[in-house]
Ligand binder design. Structure first.
Ligand code: ADP
Ligand code: ZN
Length: 599
């Protein structure tokens, strides 16, 4: 998230408004004071009726009136000071005075020409409350992003200095980014070749994993402006406003192209369209506008839209069509080396005592995001400052870690050393068992970095779409699935809840083998479809359904036994692979094969 930028922006906005408010306040106070001061001198407490009485009594020395004003300055014979009197109707008053004069009562009425300056000032002052109100309203609107520029950062000032070197780890992700940078730098090279250029790239990953950082680094490397906005800015907007913001954003992008447009939290506007009312309709308009803009790109226009989300499955499918966000890059949690590299980057500019070992901090922070790691070092620097140290000590870092961990523990995000060990054994079990099964041995990656609900994973190479799956393959799949639980049993002499998903999948497969694909010799080639025939099981009779149950159980039991047999014969491999996993957290297929070859 471009958090820092937004924050700075907001801060300077707030400072600006406070400044203006102070100036307005002072001006108002001044004007009020000035008016009061005048009032005191003028002795305004003299009414029109009193004036008429005085005229009748003949106690008026002179009356002075200015053209266009409805107050008269009245001087009485026996008083020094002039009094201001409000005249309800100036014309009839003058008529009255002239009548009186004609009837013998001499009244000294002086009629002055208007003073232009004072009139203007008066008018201005009378409009002042309105002006202030309008200014305030405008400022509030600007705060909400309704003003001309809104939150679209100024392109000139948003040439970011961030480079790929500022992004640690994420090597695979960077590789894909280099291509985009190349396109931004030499768009002609691509278009002349007739190459399809990237339009939109979706960055998927948890908050704080560096998606914004990567987007900025692309802009920085290509030396093009970085224009950004966040999907969440649209949520509370008035109808049609989101769409108009999107239009303005792309207007701006076209002006400064080549450039990067970054849309953070795109799920806020790009969630699946539903036909209901209210906020969702508004989101639809915004989303539709975004699609219109992306479809309207010229082939020559080098604008690349990067969007970030941690819920790609929530996105409207229309966003993912060719020519829109047709590339996805998953930004995962950093592994051990990645974490060390991130810590190294954020250690720059900080002073550390000799006892600080960033590698060992990296080891203690499995499952942390880049943002959280950066946060630890910042927190440690603050703690060291408070403790008036000359440099950050290991103790400061440990305390910072504790402080941040407490927050994370609430979200179940911290993995204990014991759990890590168990996960390593479990995943090594899957991998080693798979290694010895003809249909399961194509492993892509083994990891003990949590993903979704799972503590770790063993990833297989995606096999070409096959029309059929053989019975052998299904049996071997069952054995591979039981490899995790089997490894825990053999190496840790205790089993855990960690295998529950494996068991669920295994039982489902076994059930299908027996009741859908008719693969059990004992039960025979039956096919049960309770949706079509809810009484099918009853018709088969208890004896038969018992048999089905027993066959399913036998398939899973057998797989569990076979997995244990394989592992019992390769306990040395289990130890080596699980230890290496514990150390590196991720093993590539190559490294795993290397280890297995040396056994
Ligand atoms: P996201 O956009 O995925 O929520 P950000 O890019 O905003 O995450 O990351 C927040 C901060 O965390 C960054 O500004 C940076 O300081 C730190 N950070 C995250 N990932 C990395 C990384 N791979 N290398 C260096 N710093 C990182
Ligand atoms: Zn498992």
């Amino acid at each position: 998230m471009g958090l820092k930028n937004n924050d700075n922006n907001k801060k300077s906005n707030i400072a600006f408004i406070i400044g203006v408010a102070i100036i307005i306040g002072l001006a108002l106070a001044g004007i009020l004071f000035f008016m009061n001061y005048n009032k005191k001198n003028d002795n305004k407490d003299f009414s029109y009726t009193e004036l008429l009485t005085s005229i009748n009594e003949g106690t008026i020395e002179k009356i002075e009136m200015t053209e266009g004003s409805n107050t008269a300055k009245v001087k009485l014979v026996n008083e020094d000071k002039e009094k201001n009197v409000l005249i309800p109707s100036v014309d009839s008053f003058i008529e009255l005075v002239q009548n009186k004069s004609e009837n013998g009562t001499q009244i000294n009425l002086i009629q002055k020409e208007r003073n232009v300056f004072i009139t203007i000032l008066r008018t201005l002052i009378s409009f002042l409350p309105t002006i202030i109100l309008v200014v305030l309203v405008l400022m509030v609107f600007k705060m909400q992003g309704l003003g001309e520029k809104g939150k679209v950062y100024d392109s000139e000032t948003q040439k970011t200095k961030i480079k790929f070197d500022d992004v640690a780890g994420l090597d695979e992700e960077k590789q894909e980014m280099i291509e985009i940078v190349d396109f931004l730098k030499h768009p002609k090279k691509f278009t002349e070749m007739g190459a399809k250029v990237p339009r939109g790239v979706l960055l998927c990953g948890n908050p704080g994993t560096g998606k914004t950082l990567i987007a900025k680094a692309i802009a920085g490397e290509a030396n093009v402006p970085f224009i950004s906005m966040s999907g969440s800015e649209f949520i509370e907007m008035f109808a049609g406003l989101g769409a108009s913001r999107v239009r303005k954003l792309f207007e701006k992008a076209r002006k400064v192209a080549p450039c990067i447009v970054f849309i953070d939290e795109i799920d806020a506007i790009g969630s699946r369209r539903t036909s209901s009312s209210g906020a969702e309709t508004e989101n639809n308009q915004t989303l539709n506008q975004l699609l219109v803009e992306m479809d309207g790109f010229d082939t020559e226009e080098s604008i690349i839209v990067l969007a970030a989300t941690n819920r790609p499955e929530m996105l409207d499918k229309a966003l993912l069509r060719p020519g829109r966000f047709d590339r996805q890059i998953t930004v995962g949690l950093p592994d051990l080396n990645g974490r060390e590299a991130i810590l190294n980057i954020h250690a720059k500019g900080k002073k550390f005592a000799g006892d600080v070992n960033l590698r060992s901090i990296a080891e203690d922070t499995a499952g942390f995001t880049g943002a959280e790691l950066a946060n630890i070092l910042n927190e440690a620097a603050i703690i060291a400052t408070i403790r008036e140290r000359e440099s950050i000590t290991n103790k400061d870092i440990e305390d910072a870690l504790k402080k941040i961990t407490v927050g994370l523990e609430k979200h179940n995000r911290v993995i204990s050393e014991k759990d890590k060990k168990r996960t390593a054994v479990h995943e090594a079990g899957h991998a080693i068992v798979s290694h010895f099964l003809e249909t399961q041995k194509d492993i892509k990656e083994i990891s003990i970095i949590p993903r979704g609900m799972a503590g770790g994973y063993t990833m297989y190479k995606s096999n070409e779409d096959k029309a059929y799956i053989s019975k052998t393959e299904m049996e071997e799949k069952l054995i591979a699935l039981m490899g995790g639980r089997a490894a825990e049993k053999l190496a840790l002499e205790d089993i855990s809840t960690g295998a529950s998903n494996d068991l669920e999948v295994a039982n489902e497969i076994a059930k299908n083998m027996v009741t859908v694909y008719g693969m059990s010799d004992i039960v025979g080639p039956i096919h049960i479809n309770l949706e079509k025939d809810p009484y099918q099981l009853e018709l088969l009779g208890d004896k038969y359904t018992d048999l089905i149950g027993k066959e399913i159980k036998a398939l899973v039991d057998d797989a569990y036994l076979k997995a244990q047999t394989i592992l019992a014969n390769h306990m040395d491999a289990l130890e080596v692979v699980s230890n290496e996993l514990l150390e590196r957290e991720v093993l590539s297929a190559e490294r795993f094969e290397e280890l297995m070859a040396n056994m």
